[in-house]
Design a protein around this ligand. Sequence first.
Ligand code: EPU
Length: 473
Amino acid sequence: MWDNLSNTKATSAFDWKEHLPVGSDQGVCAFLKERDSALLERKEKMEKLVIQGGNRLNGSIRVSGAKNSAVALIPATILAESPVTIGGIPTISDVRMLGGLLEDIGGIVSIRKDKMIVDPARMMDMPLPNGKVKKLRASYYLMGAMLGRFKQAVIGLPGGCHLGPRPIDQHMKGFEALGAQVTYEQGAISLRAEELKGARIYLDVVSVGATINIMLAAVRAKGQTVIENAAKEPEIIDVATLLTSMGAKIKGAGTDVIRIDGVDRLNGCYHSIIPDRIEAGTFMILAAAAGEKVTVENVIPQHLESVIAKLREMGVRIDSHDDSVTIYGKQDLKMVDIKTLVYPGFPTDLQQPFTSLLTKADGTGIVTDTIYSARFKHVDELRRMNATMKIEGSTAIISGSSSLQGAKVRASDLRAGAALIIAGLMAEGITELTGLEHVDRGYEDLENKLRGLGAILTRETLTKEEMEQLRSS
Ligand code: EPU
């Protein structure tokens, strides 16, 4: 039944968390069944965001819990034998989907305000070859977590945003090094191990997903695992913190060498998720592009040093506080070049939103994505809005000082959606954005948050004609 929710927005007209009785132990699926018919009706509807551009934004906006942490923390609960509570969980469709997958394997999942409580005691090693696993990238974390707990797993190949090739060979290399047999069976990956044994694993590519997945499998392996050339993203530290609270022995998370001493058993605990640095960065870029004075709250400024540095290089004033940043928007901005790199370099996830901001800077800028060379599907859409830019390989060349004009555009992926919302708020006139299912995967309550800054935007159902136009385009 979770499939019914994948294309619906839960925050504007229907907020599942809002509707759960406080203190309710009701399973998420059971609760949602009551509203199944309403949701089914919504599923059939395709929506667009109508954005009235040109309004200067002011005020405060609060960042939610990190999506890319949440999608790893939820599968990590599989490894425990008693209930785990995750605080600060964002209401986004990827989270709902993963909660449903845990229920599919026998977990009891409930929501109390912004806390997700997972009782993994009765989970089983059920194969998950199809369905929801195919709809999100992070379903690959079920592989590491189920392998760690049950020593076997069958998981369909993951879906997610189309950003060019997204191999998972490093994940498999890690599982094999720990003693798992990896086979591919009709679009699914089957993992099986007599026993998992600690190993020394050198990642050929610095990968967030592979680092976390190997950690998940290794925490209950026999002996020591060392991950070399590990990714250093804050989300990795967040997952290691949860696992450590569960009883795991992990050293070095956040550096490029992580040491894990396997334990026999992990227990439930409480863990509070870190703020979403990509959502925070999106709001900071938006503030620089269309704001006057905007304070972004619930931020760890150290997680965003590369973005703050680039904004300052453009001439944007930023006051950084303990857990918030205030951005003063500016009309005349200096052009900068951007090159995405692994953390602590400039994040690929903010490359697309930043491109929108660069359209108003003075001069010519070069944006290179070294992580996902094809993450430029937003460029054609920005061109429709009067931006002047072209793609050469893994680089976008932007001629600045464009005045963006409202247009009908489509989000091809999550961060393209964020880029186009920023562009819509900068533009003159009305922008109509479709492809909202991508945005709903990763931004919690976005419209209401933006309205709080004075943005004028509404979510509307597409007419039959508009749906036909979209299908034939
Ligand atoms: N790579 C390989 N082999 C692997 C794994 C990765 O060649 O086995 C390559 C990828 O193709 C890519 C690079 O290594 O070129 C980095 O990929 P990584 O594994 O770090 O990415 P990921 O774990 O699949 C996460 C985030 C992405 C974010 C990237 C990079 C999640 C669920 N996703 O993906 O987030 O862009 O790290 O920081 O955590 C987003 O939030 O919009 C998003 C796409």
